[in-house]
Design a protein around this ligand. Sequence first.
Ligand SMILES: [Mn+2]
Length: 351
Amino acid sequence: MFNFEYLTFPGNGVHTVKTAREKKVSLIEKLYNTSDLSKATDHWRKSYDQFDNADICILGVPSDAGAGIVRGSNWGPLVLRERIESEYFDLGDVKVIPHLIDDRYLSKQALIDLQKKNYNGLDLPVSALSILKDVTSTFFKKNKSKKLLCLGGDHSISRPICESFLSEHEDVGILHFDAHTDLMEERLGISTCFATWAFHIANLLDHKKKFIQIGIRSSAYDKTHWESKIGLTQYWTEEVKTLGPDEIAKKCIEQYKSLGVKKLYLSFDIDAIDMQYASATGTPEKDGLMPFECLVILNLISKEIPIIAADLVEVAPFVFYPEMKGKVIEPETTLDSALSIINFLFDHWRS
Ligand SMILES: [Mn+2]
């Protein structure tokens, strides 16, 4: 069903030769009970015999080519998987060439040269987001009941996933947790990056109010600007604190239902959470949501409107901020926060 040329075994989407290769061993030991990396491809390919029985699937997208301030979320998918205890089917990683983001920015000749080098000349996408578009459209087309969680990577990955999702599912709403709006049309002339995905996805919706953002607190413009310019709905962190997470959830449910939304796509940027609980990320922000506030909102909304697919992005396990020294133990604190979101999804999908 999938093209294995542009996918690879879990954790291997970050290309390494010698340096950092050891980071992959512990995950391979956990998943396939071997420390021999040369055998991992076989184990992973063989695991696809069980794909038909899978209910929850994870795809790793270790690309941070779309990040703009501090990179490092390319290691998110590997390090998060090391800590996931529940069972799931691992689709593997997108094979990332770290210098490429989207094939739309390549010349014809560059594309041909890259296909020659990487796929023996086969006509396949080479940039992370173009590969991701291909994989997710195949996934959503053929698997209406399986649930998909994509682990980023920076937030640019949400655009191709949402595009694929929206073209295969109807009556969809988008639920987006983030400290930032990600609503720029382009940044430095680039329309596919961490700061622009939400703008382009909102524009694909027949009714913009099907897109709700929660946790915003760092923006050049205020809420009124975005709500009138784009037409979506925002609940800034301050409102969550004032009204309480239960009330925010209630408002979201009412709005989605009034617009006929029957299923949700969740995009969760870890920086929605306060930096005391999530500082191992590219743009940590203070005065944010507490993990439990996110979980209250997610639990209440998903009981009324199911989440079908999701991404969790911007976890950068080896990024460290001196100002957080002594306040938290990183990356464990951020990984715990991320894990609480993943565990919520698994519980929701198995209930
Ligand atoms: Mn974001």
